[in-house]
Design a protein around this ligand. Structure first.
Ligand code: SAH
Length: 338
């Protein structure tokens, strides 16, 4: 709940609104029981125990990649659900970042991605997304200063909950996180891009492109049949005009599929002149998909060609690949049976 909702909740319980604010502050510090909210009267704590629930999540497993400090965390919901989801804690020179899941599973069906292998199970709530951040800090003992919604799921397929999560993060009585430290990544649900520009003009937007012809993109990303790539690029241009913010295009490099000189020429023709940045991600191999990643050397070569054509490009650092924590690899392994 937002601070306003908690104030109303307090009032509905016959309490003063400021009790709602106190509860909000405690929840955003990551307490896991009402008992710990020591500035509330004991009677109120007991009443809360009886009628309310802290709907976040608990870390039930942590895997560390010791070479780079990346940790993949398996969460269990505290909101009465039995399923699990994952987040990835990463260390960058600008600070620590958490890759947050927005859904359990995904219904977008991108052919190269592990998250959608068995479809969508359910949307995560704002509390479960915030819980990932709080729990990641608890189990790592470190601060999370940035979040990227690039874990399991399609955030624009769960827009209301994602929007609430971003607002909670930003609240000055909560984590007071700057909008600019948040990034949302979408596979290209066009109507939501306009909505997002309207609602969150300062939050970073990343769009997964991966291919620039309709035929090729539809083959690996079924969403392209509904929202074709040229229309997506138009929406991206509108976004940058409206927000004056640079948009990030993610381009997963798949060996022999989208990494030829012809593909690079197409990126240059289609993205040239846009306020954008291209993030090249050598595909992380997911066995079931049959696709493999382009070599880092070729990826660097492609980045060089884009840069030479005036398109800012970087090759994404590959954190956590040893623990299957890299992009698109998130999946509850027990469920997948391996
Ligand atoms: N649904 C959102 C966020 C998901 S994941 C989206 O599609 O943008 C973040 C990024 O990882 C996306 O660009 C996604 O296409 C990419 N990705 C998925 N599987 C991958 C894999 N196996 N290797 C590399 N990147 C992958």
């Amino acid at each position: 709940m937002t601070i306003e909702e908690l104030k109303q909740f307090a009032v509905a319980m016959g309490e003063k609104p400021f009790r709602g604010k106190q509860i909000f502050i405690w929840l955003n510090r990551g307490v896991q029981s009402f008992e710990e909210m020591t500035d509330l009267p004991k009677a109120l704590r007991e009443k809360l125990e009886g009628c309310a629930q802290i709907g976040g999540c608990r870390a039930i497993q942590v895997q560390e990649d010791e070479t780079d400090g990346t940790r993949k965390i398996l969460f269990e919901s505290q909101a009465g659900e039995t399923d699990t989801f994952e987040g990835v804690f990463m260390k960058y020179n600008y600070g620590n970042s958490l890759c947050v899941s927005s859904q359990v599973g995904c219904r977008m069906g991108c052919r190269f991605c592990a998250s959608g292998l068995s479809g969508l199970v359910r949307n995560l709530t704002a509390g479960e997304m915030l819980g990932q951040v709080l729990e990641a800090e608890r189990v790592t003992g470190e601060k999370v200063g940035h979040i990227v919604i690039m874990g399991m799921g399609e955030p624009f397929d769960n827009y209301e909950n994602v929007a609430q999560f971003l607002r909670l993060l930003h609240d000055e009585d909560g984590r007071n996180m700057s909008w600019r430290n948040m990034t949302v990544s979408t596979c290209g649900i066009i109507p939501m891009i306009g909505q997002f520009a309207e609602d969150f003009p300062q939050v970073n937007l990343a769009v997964s492109l991966h291919r620039l012809t309709d035929e090729g993109r539809s083959e690996i990303m079924p969403i392209n049949r509904r929202y074709p790539v040229d229309q997506l690029l138009d929406a991206a241009r509108e976004y940058t005009e409206k927000t004056h913010r640079r948009i990030t295009f993610e381009y997963a490099l798949i060996e022999g599929e989208n990494d030829s000189d012809e593909d690079v020429g197409r990126i240059i023709r289609k993205l040239g002149g846009m306020l954008c940045h291209v993030n090249l991600i050598p595909l992380n191999k997911v066995d079931e998909t049959g696709y493999d990643g382009t070599s880092r050397q070729r990826a660097r070569e492609i980045a060089g060609s884009l840069e030479a054509a005036g398109i800012p490009a970087t090759v994404r650092r590959q954190l956590g690949s040893r623990i299957d924590g890299a992009c698109g690899q998130l999946r509850w392994q027990a469920e997948a049976g391996n």
